[in-house]
Write a protein that binds this ligand. Sequence first.
Ligand code: GYE
Length: 325
Amino acid sequence: MKRFFSILLLAASVALFGGCIRDGSAPEEETELFVVGFSQSGSESDWRLANTDSMIETFTEDKGYELVVENAMQQQDNQIAAVRSFILEGVDLIVLAPAMEEGWDTVLNEVYDAGIPVIIMDRSVNVGNNSLYLSNVGSDFLGQGNKAVEWLDEQTAGEELKILHLQGTYGTTAQLLRSQALEDGVASHDNWEFAGQICGDFTEAKGYEIMTEFLEENTDFNVLYSENDNMTFGAIRALDEAGITYGEGGQVKIITFDATSAALQLCFDGKVDLCVECNPLQGPRVEELICQYRNGEDIPKQVYIEEALFTKDDLTQEIIDGRTY
Ligand code: GYE
């Protein structure tokens, strides 16, 4: 009987570690779950909520995982504390969705010394030694910004542009690179200038607040480049209250990042001119990497998720309704 159990256990662990179950078939009861500690940076936006859901839906017990989720509420200190608690708990692997790019060397060295592998998801970390993590899965934020700038260039060739730049939380990869693309665009166009650069922290509330304040001083701009959809929703409320028109035939062209269903709907309705997609559904891609790692395969250091641009012409109601976030 004992022997029978050992064979069962062996078969189960071969299934888990050799095949890395992905088809939803239940592992043998005797098999231990693979524990993933997931440090999420916050819950500031619809993008972030969809990203958390994607992880929860992917790493289920029936596939052999236990997912421990810690939400840092946009505070790096909370996130560092969460990572340390994962070390103490002895999780099998850590997925870190870092709020900030800087400040990770110490704690990631601690994780490394504890022998726990790390996958960085969404934004990046800037550390002295890249072997502190296995892989970085996320978006090509500079590519997103560059595509937006190219689109703006094509749409407005030769026009004088006064651009209001609504920025995400300073020091995050999404902000740094989307901002860099626009700053490069302004620097290389004599007819482009900034009307202002203001920070809305990636939230709807802050987007509304900072936009309202800005509009009290200055309404002389014809482009709004907003680094995420939630800030755009807040900014649009402020524009409505100030009586400034936007979108098709309006004073202000709006470019927004994420392409959530609510933003796509605004685009389809002619209120937003360009949605730059940023795909939050990264759980399955992270799982694939974990499987590769557990199977002893080589893992790419940087994995970008495929993303598109949407204008009204690219949209149908069906596409919008098919979006789960
Ligand atoms: O665009 C924004 C979120 O890092 C890609 O952060 C993420 C960004 C996303 O709060 O909505």
